[in-house]
Design a protein around this ligand. Structure first.
Ligand code: GLN
Length: 481
């Protein structure tokens, strides 16, 4: 492997600035890495080397002519989860139903990356419509964990995590509805940040659960996560849920000390089914934080016990409504085996969706149906508010919340595919941040005896990504993994 594939976004940018490397050289190095490793890792669904090299050459010309200035991400090859719309580039959502779909427009985040001069190296594998925690629900193939190819990379943004962890790109975009950025980041030993709901535009993100979905960066360093968020964040008239709040300077904010900060640890997170090695890793990270001048105290999440149940009502309910659009009429797959319109709908959806997506549509349609709406969807909404109040109360007493990202180490392929409830348990510590809308980051904090990565989760109050990143950066500097 070419050494530059190990470099961070920042190192690559510095080399470009000093003209020690050209954009084409960088693109070529990462494409070579893809050729070398992706037949094993299988992070990508779609890579178009010619297109990437053409983009690189064009960029090089406009840089040389002075038409373009070096931005944060100019000339940096990135991977993008396949549920984010890319104009002219297939966007399948890991589903058969969108196998042939090529969007005619770019998601807002893609526009922003392009404007900054980033290169699109490829689209990454994911669980179908981002429903899953292992990428095994992809209609095409599972991705593998670069740290142990017999194990899953996590999900649903497992392809993005695996691409970053196997040095095929320095950074990637994922999406997080219930943990899909943070859990694969933890499993692959990288940094993953789910921003506050509304911090990053969802325009062009193919909807799973609209009140929970958020796009965010997956990187190898905390600083790179800050850099990507800087480019991605900000208001967008095309997404009415996107906040107009001013965007902090995330990049210059990190690097300052964290002395005197109050850190809360939810008692409910360190008990029960947590893997003992993960508990030990979290406890030693807390000691490091104390060494940095933070105070650590226990907090309570009285409604944590309902979080998974609430998530697995709300997310499928929204999904059943969002996925109604795949009817074989406007885009995507259409069944050939039908004699009437109704048969066409039925056959298209039966052929196009995989078992987990069908399960969620059924659960969601049931929870929203006339006789059950009050008992399920309405009640889940109320408990969601209680979970939000748990966070509000906690953040009156502490600056940030720290705990594990996932309850287990990366599991083996096939280990949880027969039991959906087992798979859902992977999300027990991550769904609360989505339900409350707060930002969360997973930072590699230790390696297990068996050599597998362990992630530490840091949660902050709404729109306090800067604070989350600053703590993560301070910790990253202390940890030698
Ligand atoms: N694993 C969770 C689910 O299956 C979360 C997925 C996500 O965040 N997209 O719903």
């Amino acid at each position: 492997m070419n050494e530059i594939c190990r470099w961070s976004v920042r190192q690559l940018r510095d080399a470009l600035k000093r003209r020690e490397l050209s954009v084409s050289e960088i693109a070529r190095a990462f494409l070579e890495r893809f050729n070398e490793i992706d037949s094993e890792v299988r992070a990508f669904l779609h890579v178009d080397p010619e297109r990437t090299m053409r983009q690189a050459a064009e960029l090089e010309r406009s840089l040389a002519r002075g038409e373009k200035k070096l931005g944060f991400l100019t000339g940096i090859p990135l991977a993008v989860k396949d549920n984010i719309s890319t104009r002219g580039v297939p966007t399948t959502c890991g589903s058969r139903i969108l196998k042939e779909y090529v969007p005619t427009y770019d998601a807002t985040v893609i526009q922003r990356l392009r404007l900054d001069g980033a290169l699109l190296l490829g689209k990454t594998n994911c669980d179908e419509f981002a429903m899953g925690s292992s990428t095994e629900n992809s209609a095409f193939f599972p991705s593998r964990n670069p740290r142990d190819l017999e194990r899953v990379p996590g999900g649903s943004s497992g392809g993005s995590a695996a691409a970053v962890a196997s040095f095929q790109v320095p950074a990637a975009l994922g999406s997080d509805t219930g943990g899909s950025i943070r859990q694969p980041a933890a499993f692959c030993g990288i940094v993953g940040l789910k921003p506050t709901y509304g911090r990053v535009s969802r325009y062009g993100l193919i909807a799973f659960a609209s009140s929970l979905d958020q796009i965010g960066p997956m990187t190898r360093t905390v600083r790179d996560a800050a850099v990507l968020l800087q480019v991605l964040a900000g208001p967008d008239s095309r997404d009415s849920t996107c906040s107009r709040a001013p965007v902090d300077n995330f990049v210059s904010g990190i690097g300052k000390d964290v002395r005197g900060w109050k850190i809360g640890v939810p008692a409910e997170w360190l008990s029960g089914g947590l893997d003992p090695e993960i508990r030990t890793a979290v406890e030693s990270a807390l000691k490091v934080l104390q060494g940095l001048g933070c105070s650590v105290r226990e907090i309570r999440f009285p409604h944590q016990k309902h979080a998974l149940a609430v998530y697995y009502i709300i997310a499928p309910s929204e999904a059943s409504s969002n996925l109604a659009r795949y009817d074989g009429v406007r885009f995507g797959h259409r069944s050939e085996r039908a004699n009437s319109l109704e048969e066409m709908y039925e056959a298209t959806r039966s052929e196009g969706f995989g078992p987990e997506v069908k399960r969620r549509i059924l659960i969601g349609a049931y929870a929203l149906s006339a006789g059950y709406y009050d008992a399920y969807y309405l009640k889940a909404g109320k408990v969601r508010t209680l979970i939000l109040q748990d966070f509000r109360r906690a953040f009156e007493a502490v600056d940030l919340i720290v705990g594990p990202t996932a309850p287990t180490l990366p599991f083996r392929l096939g280990e949880k595919t027969t039991d959906p409830l087992e798979m859902y348990l992977s999300d027990v510590f991550t769904v609360t941040a989505n339900l409350a809308g707060v930002p969360g980051l997973s930072l590699p904090c230790a390696v297990s005896k068996s050599g597998l990565p362990i992630g530490l989760q840091i949660l902050g109050p709404h729109f306090q990504e800067g604070r989350v990143l600053r703590l993560a950066h301070a910790l990253e500097r202390e940890l030698t993994l």
